[in-house]
Design a protein around this ligand. Structure first.
Ligand code: CTP
Length: 399
């Protein structure tokens, strides 16, 4: 799975840097080409000569080679890489990555990288447990970086706890698993809806909702990361997909969203309806701005919008998979199962507004997957990209 892959191995100044030599060796044995970037302090722990000899490539550490003045382009490196692994990642480098402090070659290359990034933290247990470190690691997760959790055991300080860099074999296995997954949806066409819909009252006002679109965009990105061709029919949000395999079709109202979904559903293999579609729209949107009237009460007549998921559910052909979301405030499972049946869905992801960390606007979600065969799979609190990955794991493992 790593055969022919270009991998940047970032090494920072921690005692676990001695394990990076083994990591470089294992990556090369797996068929990868490895370019090492070291922070200046990493060179206190392991010599660049060792890594250059193992990888066959000169180690990069500074922006310029001192004697020749040759410039190392972090932008070119970022484009070259199919993956980046930072191991060991110290608390300092993690903080710099989380906050864009681009004061060395490693962090500038990280900021330029378009590839997946893996981070293997290594530090003392108290540093690892410090709220500053955990917040920075959470930030990296929210950027879509893959954290390879450190193990527990005896640390360089002789204290025992969580903070040991994962063994090189485990890091390589995690990277291989990632690339294996990246093939799972190859050749599949996926349709995703995301965001709110805006239903026009007049040229300056609309009825909308608080949906940020984050969950739908994460689902679309993750499908593309796994090789799918993705159409993302998106209501008005301020997001952009992170993956080139996602084509955004912007819409505003529920009717427009239905129209675009109908265009693409016929040829898609899997559709995930994540949009928070307005159930009603003003019956007669005004052409001109409605002026403030003398009366204290203004009435807007609303008419029912089409149910996009139910419409696609009725048109679904054998072999197509239709997934919905249910956002509930009460009787959660009963309501979700009712929607699953009513809309002819294959799977519904239930999230409750009563669960802390779930729902609109947040960066995290807590979802329960309910299959049409009755299997209920509750998932823990996750970032939205992690929840999206869990959804695709479920779909690829259970279908
Ligand atoms: N949905 C849709 N079109 C609509 C309403 C909802 O496609 N007009 C989809 C959503 O994208 C979601 C699922 O149906 O996948 C459930 O949405 P939700 O708003 O929870 O349910 P509703 O059917 O609108 O029911 P209610 O508002 O009564 O909870």
């Amino acid at each position: 799975m790593l055969n022919g892959k270009h991998i940047i191995l970032g090494i920072t100044g921690g005692i676990a840097a001695y394990k990076s030599a083994m990591l470089a060796r294992l990556l090369i044995k797996a068929g990868a080409e490895v370019q090492v970037i070291m922070t200046p302090s990493a060179k206190e722990f392991i010599t660049p000569v060792t890594l250059a000899a193992l990888t066959g490539n000169p180690v990069i550490s500074e922006f310029f080679t001192a004697n020749t003045g040759e410039w190392h382009s972090h932008v070119d490196l970022g484009l070259w890489a199919d993956a980046m692994i930072i191991a060991p990642a110290t608390a300092c480098t993690i903080a710099k990555m989380a906050n864009g402090v681009a004061d060395n070659m490693l962090v500038t290359s990280y900021l330029s990288a378009k590839s997946p990034v893996f981070v293997a933290p290594a530090m003392d247990l108290d540093m690892m447990a410090h709220p500053s470190t955990t917040a920075n690691i959470d930030k990296l997760r929210s950027y879509g970086n893959h954290i390879i959790e450190p193990a527990s055991g005896e640390l360089a300080s002789h204290l025992v706890g969580k903070g040991r860099m994962q063994e090189p074999e485990i890091i390589v296995a995690e990277m291989q698993k990632y690339f294996a997954k990246s093939q799972l949806l190859k050749g599949k066409k996926v349709l995703v809806t995301a965001g709110p819909t805006y239903e026009k009252i007049d040229p300056v006002r609309f009825i909308g909702n608080y949906s940020s679109g984050k969950m739908g965009y994460a689902i679309a990105d993750e499908a593309a990361r796994r090789g799918a061709d993705v159409i993302l029919v998106s209501g008005p949000v301020s997001l952009r997909p992170a993956q080139p395999g996602v084509t955004v079709v912007p819409v505003e109202s529920a009717k427009q969203m239905l129209h675009e979904c109908e265009n693409f559903f016929n040829t898609c293999d899997i559709a995930v309806m994540c949009a928070a579609v307005a159930d009603y729209a003003p019956a007669n949107p005004a052409d001109k701005k409605i002026k403030r009237e003398k009366q204290d009460v203004q009435v807007i007549n609303l008419v029912k919008n089409p149910d996009i998921a139910a419409t696609l559910g009725a048109e679904k052909k054998s072999g197509q998979i239709l997934v919905g979301f249910a956002l509930e405030t009460d009787n959660e499972q009963t309501n979700a199962i009712d929607k699953l049946k009513r809309k002819n869905l294959d799977l519904i992801a239930l999230n409750s507004l009563r669960t802390p960390g779930a729902g609109f606007g947040t960066d995290t979600n807590v979802i329960t997957l309910i299959d049409k065969n009755g299997t209920v799979t509750p998932l823990p609190l996750m970032t939205k990209p992690e929840a999206a990955a869990a959804l695709w794991d479920y779909l690829t493992e259970n279908r």
